[in-house]
Design a protein around this ligand. Structure first.
Ligand SMILES: [Zn+2]
Length: 370
């Protein structure tokens, strides 16, 4: 999961753009094939000595997606068509060597997934195989071991899907009570859910439920695993009347994780043990998060795992030292930029991909190469 800057991703392609005084167009209009070809040709020129790392999370038809983590299978396949036709998709693990040798390939792009959702195996992998494109899945190993849905999905399911909650939500954290009044929004109908299903977490809440969701999300994000699990237990009590857990919205199992790299197209990387905000942790806790998940993965896969992504794109220079000492050779952030010749391999920028069709994806690539 990434941090709080997705609003720009969604807004970007809806804006008129003008670059170098010669290229101006309105994104979102119906574009002809020649226009797309022209844009793709322009994209290839811009890729010289650059690499663009794409960041996905889920490939699924999400009914509730406040952080825009899902791309539909249909759109993902269209993205792969564009990438396959026009760019050179390389594995994430090859980036450190390419940077060291100053040999980023012209038109380089990298496909990554964060968190370790089961749909990465069930839905994304067959499409990657169809187009013969490599990708890397960065896994939060604690979620695989527990089998629980990710905490942000559980929170969204309880608060943002139809059902009835108390008039005032009360959560106890380390003996202190925290309350969020819901008033008339304690009852949330299917019609209301349909009205607000496209709400995004970075926008103001249209109901008290959405405001509470955002506040509790921020609160839980800053917690350690022990406190968060205690709060999750209380959430489950509320969530009895909420929509049932989606069978597809779950982490990979250990067995599924081991199937991901079969046939060689999909690589596995480390995304910590519990998906914390690393910058909020003491040094020893950061080491524990990085090293324990690395050990878990290496034990399951029976080989070294030397690539990593920072949860929420959150890290400090101290975190980078922890990662370096763990033997990590490449680490991805959520900074929206291109990888360039002088980019630090432990600070590789990545661009989050929204749920857009292939035509808009071609434009999206162009926008992020400027
Ligand atoms: Zn994540």
């Amino acid at each position: 999961m990434l941090i709080d800057t997705q609003s720009d991703f969604a807004a970007g392609w809806r804006c008129a753009i003008s670059r170098n005084g010669e290229h101006s167009m309105m994104i979102g209009t119906t574009l002809g094939l020649d226009t797309i070809r022209g844009k793709l040709k322009w994209i290839r020129r811009q890729f010289s000595q650059h690499a663009l790392i794409l960041l996905y999370h889920r490939i699924d038809d999400a009914d509730c997606d406040p952080w825009q983590l899902s791309v539909t299978p249909e759109h993902f396949e269209q993205h792969l068509e564009v990438l396959r036709a026009r760019l050179r998709v390389m594995p994430f693990c090859d980036l450190p060597e390419a940077l060291r040798r100053g040999e980023l390939r012209k038109g380089a792009a990298v496909i990554t997934f964060d968190d370790g959702y089961a749909d990465n195996l069930v839905t994304a992998k067959p499409l990657l195989a169809k187009y013969e494109l490599p990708a890397t899945v960065f896994v939060t190993t604690g979620a695989i071991a527990s089998g629980q849905e990710f905490w942000w999905d559980e929170l969204a399911r309880v608060l943002l899907t139809p059902g009835t909650l108390p008039d005032t939500l009360c959560l106890i954290d380390d003996g202190s009570a925290h309350q969020w009044p819901l008033g008339q929004d304690s009852c949330y109908s299917m019609a209301q859910f349909e009205d607000h299903r496209h709400w995004r977490g970075w926008k103001s809440g249209p109901t008290l439920r959405h405001s509470a969701y955002r506040a509790i999300w921020e609160w839980m994000r800053s917690m350690d695993e022990r406190r968060r699990n205690a709060v999750r237990g209380q959430l489950r009590h509320w969530g009895v009347g909420a929509q049932p857990r989606s069978p597809s919205r779950r982490p990979l199992t250990s067995e599924e994780l081991m199937r991901l790299p079969e046939r060689g197209l999909v690589d596995i990387g480390n995304h910590t043990l519990t998906h914390p905000q690393l910058s909020k942790l003491r040094l020893s806790e950061q080491q524990e998060e990085v090293l324990r998940s690395q050990r878990d993965l290496e034990s399951l896969l029976a080989r070294p795992v030397t690539i990593f992504t920072y949860p929420y794109g959150d890290f400090t220079p101290e975190t980078m030292d922890v990662v370096r000492r763990a033997g990590i050779t490449a680490a991805g952030t959520t900074t929206r930029a291109l990888v360039r010749k002088n980019t630090d391999p432990l600070c590789l920028p990545r661009v989050h991909v929204p749920n857009i069709d292939g035509e808009r994806f071609a434009t999206f690539l162009q926008e992020h190469l400027l």
